[in-house]
Each structure stands twice: as C-alpha cells, then as structure tokens.
Design a protein around this ligand. Structure first.
Ligand SMILES: [Mg+2]
Length: 128
C-alpha cells in the first residue's frame, strides 16, 4: 500500500506517518510526504492507494489539490469508483467548505487536532 501525505507542516506530516506506522493495518505501507499540493501532484501517480491532505496550505489549497488529482485521474480513464480515496485534514473554521469538498470526491475529513484513533477510523472507512 502506498499513502501520499500532503501538509505544509512538517510536524503534521510526521504525526500522520507515525500514526500509520503504529497501526498494524498500515505499518507496512509506504508513506510519501509532500509539503504542498504542487509537490503532492508531482508525486501522484497510479501507484498511490490513498491520499491524506491538509486543507490550508500556501499555494494551491487542499481542495484545489484534490480537484487536480481528479482531473489527472480522468486523463487515466479512471471512473469515479476507481478514484483514489482522500481524507482531508481541516480546522474547525473550514468545516463548511469541507462539506462542499465532499461533493468533489473527498471521502472523509478529520479536524485538527486529531487523535490516532480518529485518523485511522477515517482511513479505515475510505479503504473499505
Ligand atoms: Mg496547513
């Protein structure tokens, strides 16, 4: 399994990666980290199984990042069902916007600060 973690905070990326490594179902996953949506797009290819992305980032937002992922998947002829699942990491203030993002194919979100249990539960739901 390959997981792409996109967050402008290095600490946040490390926390997500540590939670994955501490969870039996994900401990063997290969985790790629990107500090921006732009760099996340550069790492996004057909081998990525799931994306965990921050919403608030300098440069393109988490939403724009996901929209561009979807465009790329369309160019690969992926159907909506085949689209890579995305867990969005957000703050209290952006929940309304994230609800809109759910329409753009964001499957789950977690609110900062989050526990390992919350993150893993969201991940389990999208990986079902
Ligand atoms: Mg951020």
């Amino acid at each position: 399994m390959k997981v792409l973690v996109v967050d402008d905070s290095r600490v946040a990326r490390r926390i997500v990666t540590k939670h994955l490594q501490a969870t039996p179902a994900y401990e063997a996953a290969e985790v790629l980290e990107a500090p921006s949506g732009e760099e996340g797009l550069a790492l996004f290819d057909t081998s990525i199984d799931v994306v965990i992305s921050d919403w608030n980032m300098p440069g393109i937002s988490g939403l724009q990042f996901v929209q561009q992922l979807r465009e790329r998947e369309k160019s690969w002829d992926r159907t909506d069902e085949e689209a890579v699942p995305v867990v969005m990491i957000t703050t209290e203030g952006t929940i309304d916007k994230v609800m809109e993002a759910l329409d753009s194919g964001v499957k789950e979100y977690v609110i900062k600060p989050f526990t390992a249990e919350t993150l893993i539960a969201a991940l389990n739901r999208v990986m079902d």
